[in-house]
Design a protein around this ligand. Structure first.
Ligand code: NAD
Length: 505
C-alpha cells in the first residue's frame, strides 16, 4: 500500500472516525482492477468505542417523541431521494454493477425508508378496556436498544436499508458492519443521517472483518443481530448470537430455480431468464441460476437465450463513453476464479457449455474482474456446479419431463430463497405456490423481491431464525412487547381478599 492510498474509516459519535488499529484490507474498483483505497479493520478499542457511542445514542434517541423521530425519517427520505445519484456512483465504483442497477438497489432500499416513515402506525400497541371488571389490558412496543447489522458486498446500500430505517424508526441505535469489499456506501448513508438531524450515536458504521463481527456477537450491549451473507457465515452468526442470548435473523445464500412449463411464452421467459440470470453479473441472492425446462421446451428456449446473450455488452459499470453496458465485472479476482472453477466443474461433470464466459476481457479494462455471461445445458443435478451457489453470471439448464419432477428438484435443494414459475396455466401456478418449499415465489416474475410492506426472507438454508426483513416482520423484530394489566382502584370494584388464580370476571 502506498502512503497516499486513502484509508476508509468508521463513523462513530456522529462523525468520521479514523482508525488506529493498523489493520486494513484492500478496496478495488472491479472494473479496472485497481486498488483504490484500504478499509480499516476494527480492533477491540474501536469496537468498544462504537458500542459505547451507540449506547449513548440510544439513551438520547429513546427520549425523542414519535413526532420528532418521524421528522428525521422524512428528512432522510428527502435527502436520499434528492442525492441518490451520488450514492449510485459510489456503489458502482466499489461493487462494479452498472449505474442504473446501482440506482435500482437504492430505490428498493428507499422503499423501506418510505415504509418506515409510517412507523407510528406499525409500533402502536393495543388496548382492551374492561378486560375484566375494572381492569384494562394493553400492550406497548419498545425498542430493543443497540442493534447490529452485518451486510454482504452485493447490495452495499439496499441490504442495510432493509433493516436500519425500521430499526431507527422503532427507536433503536444501529451499529452497521458493512462488507469490507465495498465499505463507502455505508459512510455516505451515515453522513446523510447526520444531515437529516439524527442524534450522534444512533447510526454507527464499524468497518471490519471477523473480529468486528465477533465483537458484536459477543457484546452484552448488542441486543439483536440482522445478518445477510453466505450460508456458512449465516449459520455461524445464528448459532453464536443465539448462544449469547440475542434476537437474530441471518439470511444466507441461494440457488434459485425458474420452472418453465410448455405453455409459457418463451420470448418472455428468455428475456426474464437473461435479466435475472445476468443482471448485476449474477451477484444477487435472488438471481435465477437454474432454468428447469419442462419437455419439450428446452431446445427452443436455449436458442432464444443464446440469441439474447449475444447482444449483451459487458464493461465498466460507470460507462466508457459509449453508453452504459448491460453487465459489469465480478467483485474480485478471487471470486472470478471461483466462478470460473464452477464452470470447469460443470464441464468435467459432463454438462454442455453452450456459451462460455471464461477468459473474457474488456478492451481498455484488461485488468478488470470481468466474466462473460455463461449458459450451461444438461448440468447433472449431482454436480457441485448445480448443488452449490455460484454467485456469478452462470445460468444452467436442467431438462425435466414433468411439472412434478421440477417441483421435486426444487424442494430437494438445501436453499429456499426464491423461485419462479412461467406458465399461462393458473391451476399449475396455484399448485406450484402451494407445494414449493421456498420463501419467495414469482409467477411469471423472475426476481420476486417483495415490496417493502411485505417482508423478505427465504426458507431452509436461506434464512436462519424466524424473522424476515422489513414489513411487519421488521417492526416485530426491532421491538419488544410488554403487556400491561392495570386497575385503578375505586371502592365500587374492590374485590377484597381472594387467593384464587385471577380469572376474568
Ligand atoms: P459473506 O458471508 O462472505 O460476508 C457477509 C458478511 O459477513 C460481511 O460483512 C463479512 O465481512 C462477514 N464475514 C465474512 N466472513 C466472516 C467470518 N468468518 N466470520 C464473521 N463474519 C464474516 O457474504 P458476501 O460474499 O459478502 O455476500 C454474498 C453472499 O450473500 C451470497 O451467498 C448471497 O446469496 C448472500 N446474500 C443473501 C441475501 C439474502 O437475502 N438471503 C441477500 C444478499 C446476499
Amino acid at each position: 500500500m502506498s502512503s497516499d492510498t486513502p484509508v476508509i474509516g468508521h463513523w462513530i459519535d456522529g462523525a468520521p472516525h479514523a482508525s488506529t488499529s493498523g489493520r486494513t484490507a484492500p478496496v478495488f474498483n472491479p472494473a479496472t482492477g485497481a486498488e483504490t483505497a484500504r478499509v480499516a479493520l476494527a480492533d477491540e478499542a474501536e469496537i468498544a468505542a462504537a458500542l459505547a457511542s451507540a449506547e449513548r445514542g440510544f439513551a438520547e434517541w429513546s427520549t425523542w417523541s414519535i413526532a420528532k423521530r418521524q421528522g428525521v425519517l422524512f428528512a432522510f427520505r428527502e435527502l436520499l431521494n434528492a442525492r441518490k445519484g451520488e450514492l449510485a456512483a459510489i456503489i458502482t465504483a466499489e461493487h462494479g454493477k452498472v449505474l442504473s442497477d446501482a440506482m435500482g438497489e437504492i430505490l428498493r432500499g428507499q422503499e423501506v425508508v418510505e415504509l418506515a416513515t409510517g412507523f407510528p402506525h406499525l409500533i402502536k400497541g393495543a388496548y382492551s378496556e374492561n378486560a375484566s371488571t375494572g381492569i384494562d389490558v394493553y400492550s406497548l412496543k419498545q425498542p430493543l436498544g443497540v442493534v447490529g447489522i452485518i451486510s454482504p458486498f452485493n447490495f452495499p446500500a439496499m441490504v442495510p436499508m432493509w433493516f436500519f430505517p425500521v430499526a431507527i424508526a422503532a427507536g433503536n441505535a444501529v451499529v452497521l458492519k458493512p462488507s469490507e469489499k465495498d465499505p463507502s456506501a455505508a459512510l455516505w448513508l451515515a453522513e446523510l443521517w447526520a444531515e437529516a438531524g439524527l442524534p450522534a450515536g444512533v447510526f454507527t458504521v464499524l468497518q471490519g472483518d471477523k473480529q468486528a463481527v465477533d465483537g458484536l456477537l459477543h457484546s452484552d450491549t448488542v441486543q439483536s443481530i440482522s445478518f445477510v451473507g453466505s450460508t456458512p457465515i449465516a449459520q455461524y452468526i445464528y448459532e453464536t448470537a443465539s448462544r449469547t442470548g440475542k434476537r437474530v435473523q441471518a439470511l444466507g445464500g441461494a440457488k434459485n430455480h425458474m420452472l418453465v412449463l410448455p405453455d409459457a411464452d418463451l420470448d418472455l421467459v428468455a428475456d426474464q431468464a437473461v435479466n435475472a440470470g445476468f443482471g448485476a453479473a449474477g451477484e444477487r441472492c435472488m438471481a435465477v441460476s437454474v432454468v428447469l425446462a419442462v419437455d419439450p421446451v428446452a431446445d427452443e428456449l436455449i436458442a432464444k437465450i443464446t440469441e439474447r446473450i449475444a447482444t449483451l455488452r459487458v464493461g465498466d459499470g460507470a460507462g466508457d463513453g459509449t453508453g452504459e453496458p448491460d453487465m459489469g465485472p465480478l467483485i474480485s479476482a478471487e471470486h472470478r476464479a471461483k466462478v470460473s472453477g464452477y464452470v470447469d466443474i460443470a464441464e468435467a461433470d459432463g454438462a454442455r457449455i453452450v456459451v462460455d464466459g471464461r477468459g473474457l476481457t474488456v478492451d481498455g479494462r484488461e485488468d478488470g474482474f470481468f466474466f462473460g455471461p455463461t449458459l450451461i445445458d444438461d448440468i447433472p443435478t449431482d454436480s457441485r456446479a448445480y448443488t452449490e451457489e455460484i454467485f456469478g453470471p452462470v445460468l444452467s439448464v436442467v431438462r425435466v419431463e414433468t411439472f412434478q419432477e421440477g417441483v421435486d428438484l426444487i424442494n430437494s435443494g438445501r436453499f429456499g430463497n426464491g423461485t419462479a414459475i412461467f406458465t399461462n396455466d393458473g391451476g399449475a401456478a396455484r399448485r406450484f405456490q402451494h407445494e414449493v418449499q421456498v420463501g419467495m415465489i414469482g409467477i411469471n416474475v423472475p426476481i420476486p423481491v417483495p415490496v417493502a410492506y411485505h417482508s423478505f426472507g427465504g426458507w431452509k438454508a436461506s434464512l436462519f431464525g424466524d424473522a424476515k426483513a422489513y414489513g411487519v416482520h421488521g417492526f416485530d423484530f426491532f421491538t419488544r412487547e410488554k403487556a400491561v394489566t392495570s386497575r385503578w382502584l375505586d371502592p365500587a370494584t374492590h374485590g377484597g381478599i381472594d387467593l384464587g388464580f385471577p380469572q376474568n370476571r
